[in-house]
Design a protein around this ligand. Structure first.
Ligand code: GLP
Length: 245
């Protein structure tokens, strides 16, 4: 990054000028996704600014998701995220979807336990206030990238021990003959709040696609009520449409 003290940009605070020149270097491909940024000291020397200025510019770019900082190893251009194309016409599980793409799946547990049901859960799952709900909430990660937050609610009768759910909820349900065969999904756009953005490793306010899935057993009984928050920069939902005849 050549000296940012040039005539064209004079006037704007130095850290903003430096930020712009790093951004330009990323956008024009001078440094690509996954590349390491030169050290703070080198940038300061080349751009003829103080290290405090470099730190400020870099921090802004990290906040904006353009750079990522890994403790111990330095600062990098954020890796390009490969978007996931997700069919809207197949009732598959996250684990199956990612495995089919050859991606490694893992989840971080946010919550799993038995609770008295909320009014929403009572209505959707057909529970009385004396019955209980099993909640399974996870951050879903594929190839080390957090892609979605999923909060599933099921009747505690169908899932008496949420602690025993392994890596796949649908695999656990399959074992007890409770795997859903049909689902209705509602997708809506939203912006991520601080906490969810932090979990998904994106700046607060980033776009998300929120999906509510209500899934049914062959008997017609509702088995699952899941609210998922998908990263807007990571998903394309695809549906095949036919002329009704
Ligand atoms: C998808 C659905 C969820 C469902 C989940 C099960 O992500 N949106 O409603 O609960 O799959 O996935 P798994 O079996 O991997 O836990």
């Amino acid at each position: 990054f050549a000296s940012v003290r040039n005539a064209a940009q004079r006037g704007a605070p130095l850290y903003l000028q430096l930020k712009k020149s790093i951004e330009d270097a990323v956008l024009s491909g001078v440094i690509g996704p996954g590349d390491a940024l030169p050290s703070e000291r080198d940038i300061a020397l080349k751009a003829d600014v103080s290290r405090v200025t470099v730190r400020k510019a870099v921090q802004d770019l990290v906040k904006g998701g353009i750079l990522v900082q890994r403790h111990g190893s330095g600062t990098f251009v954020a890796p390009r995220l490969e978007r996931v194309e997700q069919s809207l016409s197949l009732l598959t599980s996250f684990t199956e979807d990612m495995a089919r793409r050859g991606m490694t799946v893992r989840s971080t547990w946010l919550d799993r336990g038995i609770y008295p049901p909320s009014p929403d859960e009572m209505m959707v799952l057909g529970l009385s206030s004396k019955e209980f709900v099993a909640r399974v909430s996870r951050l879903r990660i594929a190839n080390d990238t957090p892609l979605a937050i999923e909060r599933a609610s099921l009747s505690a009768t169908a899932l008496p021990d949420p602690g025993a759910v392994g890596s796949s909820l649908y695999a656990a349900l399959e074992k007890t003959g409770n795997r859903p065969v049909r689902a209705v999904q509602r997708i809506s756009a939203a912006n991520l709040g601080e906490a969810d953005a932090k979990l998904l490793d994106v700046p607060a306010g980033s776009a998300s696609l929120n999906i509510e899935r209500i899934s049914y057993l062959a008997s017609g009984k509702v088995i699952e009520f899941t609210r998922s928050i998908y990263r807007g920069d990571a998903y394309d939902f695809v549906a095949e449409l036919r002329l009704s005849g």
